[in-house]
Ligand binder design. Structure first.
Ligand SMILES: [Ca+2]
Length: 436
């Protein structure tokens, strides 16, 4: 026991001595074989790292005032206590925030590969692979034509659960055609030299085609059975919005499909005439975040509301999430959403909502205990909010909220839990962060 402690102490000292000073900014030339991109690594000392040496991090969270102090856009009352503006929490375990690179071009998604590296989509239609020290590959090509106007583009990516053997990447895109665009789900094999994605197949399309550049949804996540959940948007226009309530189209839905693009065998509307059998849940506006809870296996979803009314939902088979009938937001014009309702029989309440909006984007649960108080917390990238929201969740309720990296002034597009116990986040500005 004593020898073990001594060994650990020695190891800790060696580690400390070998660490670079935390306030250094170094330019490290790439040593990888991927391409010509150089790595610029900046290490920022987070305020919480100033904790005196020897103090023991408290795993419990301390209730603080809600993180939102600005007035809401609406006068709507929540349906239950804690549905919005929950007590604040603050991480007490020290962690570092590093900018690994600033060289990405409009990244939309980041996801770990089985070897710990990160695959990152870029909106205009390329992917990159990044090491956890920020060495970037050259752009990976081979993708179908994407409509990258506005909110479209090459969107999310999820490596196959068997990636180490099959090298397959599943991804979403705003498919571009003469008839307009739509959210499509596709897969392809990462070539052995990692320069191309080849043998691409489109697996599913959120019909119909429509010619605008808004509300594609587009997140994709594997469930524990190796099937896919995919979110779609309702394309924003007043004409297309009501399609989120109809089951004969792909707008404003969560779909549940196999890796072949077929409906999963226990989908809730399978066999219903006139209904798309791939639909799992409906009544959504523009879901930009999907994540599976590490313990329960449940599907959680965030989506952008109108002005006010960003939502976090716990998604269950066959349920209606209300848009555009109920919402805690109002039109951008300031007018109420037609009907002005926040609750309706047969429609699900959000677990949590934000007013004013943070514009929630990609999200992940943190399944590790590297930072003990983060275990099974939910981390959501905020675009307009320019922070990463950390939500403490108990059962089907949010019990604490923290804003991370708010001083960075970046639009956080996606956040993923790396295999090394750190969080990785990409921003619209093209930066890749390591947090942990
Ligand atoms: Ca809703």
């Amino acid at each position: 026991m004593r020898r073990k402690t001594l060994l650990l102490t020695l190891l800790a000292m060696i580690t400390l001595l070998s660490l670079p000073a935390c306030d250094t900014v170094s330019n490290i030339p790439s040593t990888s074989s991927f391409g010509t991109t150089t790595t610029r690594e900046q290490t920022i000392t987070h305020p919480t790292t100033t904790m005196p040496t020897g103090s023991i991090p408290t795993p419990t969270t301390v209730p603080l005032p809600p993180v939102e102090s600005n007035p809401p856009n609406t006068t709507y009352a929540p349906a239950f206590s804690g549905q919005t503006r929950i007590a604040g929490v603050k991480t007490t375990t020290p962690y570092d925030v590093k900018i690994l690179t600033k060289d990405l071009v409009s990244p939309w998604a980041v996801s770990p590969l089985p070897d710990g590296r990160l695959v990152i989509t870029e909106k205009a239609g390329t992917m990159r692979i990044a090491t956890t020290t920020g060495e970037l590959s050259s752009p990976i090509g081979g993708f179908p034509s994407v409509d990258d106007r506005g909110q479209g583009g090459l969107l999310d990516v999820a490596p196959s659960p068997d990636f180490a053997a099959d090298r397959m990447l599943y991804f979403t895109l705003a498919e571009s055609t003469p008839a307009g665009s739509l959210t499509a789900v596709a897969r392809g094999r990462l070539s052995d030299d990692e320069t191309m994605v080849e043998q691409i197949e489109i697996l599913w399309r959120a019909i119909p085609y429509y010619d605008n550049s808004m509300h594609f949804g587009g997140r994709i996540v594997f469930d524990s059975n190796g099937d896919l959940f995919v979110s779609t948007g309702e394309r924003s226009d007043l004409a297309t919005r009501p399609l989120a309530q109809d089951l004969d189209n792909g707008y404003g839905k969560v779909v549940h499909i196999t890796i072949e693009g077929e409906p999963v065998s226990d989908n809730p509307f399978l066999g219903h005439p006139g209904v798309l059998p791939e639909i799992y849940a409906y009544g959504l506006r523009n879901a930009q975040g999907l994540a599976i809870h590490p313990l329960s296996g449940e599907l959680w979803l965030d989506e952008m509301g109108p002005r006010g009314g960003d939502e976090l939902n716990l998604v269950k088979a066959g349920k209606n999430y209300g848009w555009p009938v109920i919402s805690y937001g109002i039109e951008y014009s300031g007018q109420p959403i037609p009907g002005g309702l926040t609750t309706q029989e047969g429609m699900e309440q959000p677990v949590y909502y934000w007013d004013p909006v943070i514009a929630p984007s990609g999200m992940t649960f943190y399944p590790y205990d590297t930072i003990p108080e983060w275990e099974n917390n939910l981390f959501i990238g905020g675009l307009r909010g320019q922070h990463i929201a950390r939500l403490v969740i108990e059962g089907d309720r949010v019990v604490g909220e923290e804003r991370l990296l708010a001083s960075e002034e970046q639009r956080f597009r996606d956040v993923a839990a790396g295999l090394d116990g750190a969080l990785y986040a990409v921003t619209d500005e093209g930066w890749l962060y390591r947090i942990g």
